[in-house]
Design a binder for this molecule. Structure first.
Ligand SMILES: Nc1nc2c(ncn2[C@@H]2O[C@H](COP(=O)(O)OP(=O)(O)OP(=O)(O)O)[C@@H](O)[C@H]2O)c(=O)[nH]1
Ligand SMILES: [Mg+2]
Length: 405
């Protein structure tokens, strides 16, 4: 028997990491939510309920994803939710500042036939950077509802709730790729006989990109005869196009996004870039990033943490302050009060509570860990260390699988 929870229409939040999905989820659901691991994984999915004009909706917050073609486990879970559930609406949350980079996933979701509402969040920061976005034009070009929000201040929440309430499924626009790609998509679509949660067009593109989960899904659902026909069509296309398919799909999507965004973004006034933004940009650039990384490691870690923290500070605290002043007072006091030798050793002996527990943690560990944590955020080390591995992976990925998504 279906429970009340099963009966509630579902609203699924998807989008890149750090775009405000969880802030939106909290604004929609309030205090009572559950967080659980997605079955068979360690990835957390939050669920909660929201009542809009008397109708109770179940809201799902998914982990960040860059594309509906997954690479990481988080992305796989987010995509699986889209495959498992039958959502009333899929809220694609994007960062207004990076609209051009995030819009290709909106196209993928629309192409998949999902009931998309585009939530353009972080409009406050976009405005501060002098960006003006014509969201009505974007809505017209995309053919799905587009809502602008500043979720940090709950701006746009009422409009979004209204859009969820009023969501009515209408046939989506088709965004057309180049002629040869369209010809291949058509061939695969014609060879798929079953009905799937994602549209045949999206399923074809994922099959052409060798998406293993979709291959499994198809294997389990198609009858053997149509499966072998489909396999040979996909194999022929993959052989014909070899390495350039992922890249071509990605480039064509970007081209479509450019057309969709024509006239949408206007740079009103160029604001001066804050120093933190400049620093962030420099650390992300391979040319300036490497010298900055070396400077941070040399001055920040070696000189400041190693030289100043572990050298000067430790010498002063341990050698001067504790050895010269505090220790004689404490040890003298304990000696006077405690006449049992083993108890004295336990409190103030070489391996006693005072020596190992307090003196060493304050005089040895604190200066080293303290200086490390001072230098860690100040010099934006996280950005530097995060970007370099990504850059190296991107360079070594010859087939362009990172750019091709
Ligand atoms: N300036 C500004 N910041 C926002 C806004 N909405 C969210 N944020 C901030 O963006 C950051 C990320 O928000 P989250 O809700 O955690 O992002 P998320 O999409 O859930 O990220 P993942 O869970 O990593 O996928 C937080 O620091 C928020 O405070 C907004 O409208 N304006
Ligand atoms: Mg989140």
């Amino acid at each position: 028997m279906a429970s009340a929870q099963d009966a509630a229409p579902k609203v699924v939040l998807v989008g890149n990491p750090n775009v405000g999905k969880s802030v939106l989820f909290n604004a929609l659901t309030g205090a009572y939510t559950t967080v659980s691991n997605y079955p068979g994984t360690s990835v957390e999915v939050s669920r909660g309920f929201s009542t809009i004009s008397g109708t109770r909706y179940e809201i799902l917050d998914t982990p960040g994803m860059y594309s509906i073609m997954p690479i990481s486990e988080e992305e796989r879970v987010a995509r699986q939710i889209l495959l498992d559930e039958t959502p009333h609406a899929v809220l694609h949350v994007i960062d207004a500042r990076n609209i051009e980079r995030m819009l290709p996933m909106t196209l993928q979701l629309i192409e998949a036939g999902l009931p998309v509402i585009l939530v353009v969040n972080i409009l406050d920061e976009a405005k501060r950077l002098g960006m003006h976005l014509n969201l009505e034009l974007l809505q017209q070009n995309l053919g799905v509802p587009v809502i602008g929000t500043v979720m940090k201040r709950k701006q746009g929440l009422a409009e979004l709730q209204q859009a969820i309430e009023n969501y009515a499924s209408v046939p989506h626009k088709t965004f057309t790729y180049g002629r040869d790609l369209e010809r291949d998509i058509e061939k695969v679509v014609a060879a798929i006989h079953g009905e799937y949660r994602l549209s045949k067009r999206a399923t074809s593109l994922l099959l052409m990109q060798k998406d293993s989960d979709i291959e499994e899904l198809i294997k389990a659902s198609e009858d053997p005869e149509s499966l072998s026909g489909l396999n040979s069509v996909v194999k022929d296309i993959a052989f014909e196009r070899r390495a350039d398919l992922l890249l071509q799909i990605s480039l064509e999507r970007r081209k479509i996004c450019k057309q969709v965004l024509e006239g949408v973004i206007t740079q009103v006034d160029k604001v001066t870039e804050a120093f933190s933004e400049k620093l962030s940009r420099w650390t992300m650039n391979p040319i300036s990033g490497l010298p900055i990384l070396l400077l941070v490691v040399y001055f920040g870690l070696y000189q400041f943490v190693g030289g100043f923290g572990a050298g000067t500070l430790v010498d002063f605290l341990e050698g001067h302050l504790f050895e010269g002043y505090i220790n004689p007072v404490v040890v003298g006091f304990v000696e006077e009060q405690v006449k049992i030798e083993w108890l004295f050793e336990l409190i103030a002996g070489e391996y006693g509570l005072w020596t190992l527990g307090i003196r060493y943690s304050v005089a040895l560990v604190l200066p080293i860990v303290g200086t490390f944590f001072l230098v860690f955020p100040c010099l934006k080390i996280p950005d530097i260390f995060r970007v370099w591995p990504c850059w190296l992976i991107a360079c070594s990925s010859k087939s362009g699988s990172l750019v091709g998504r």
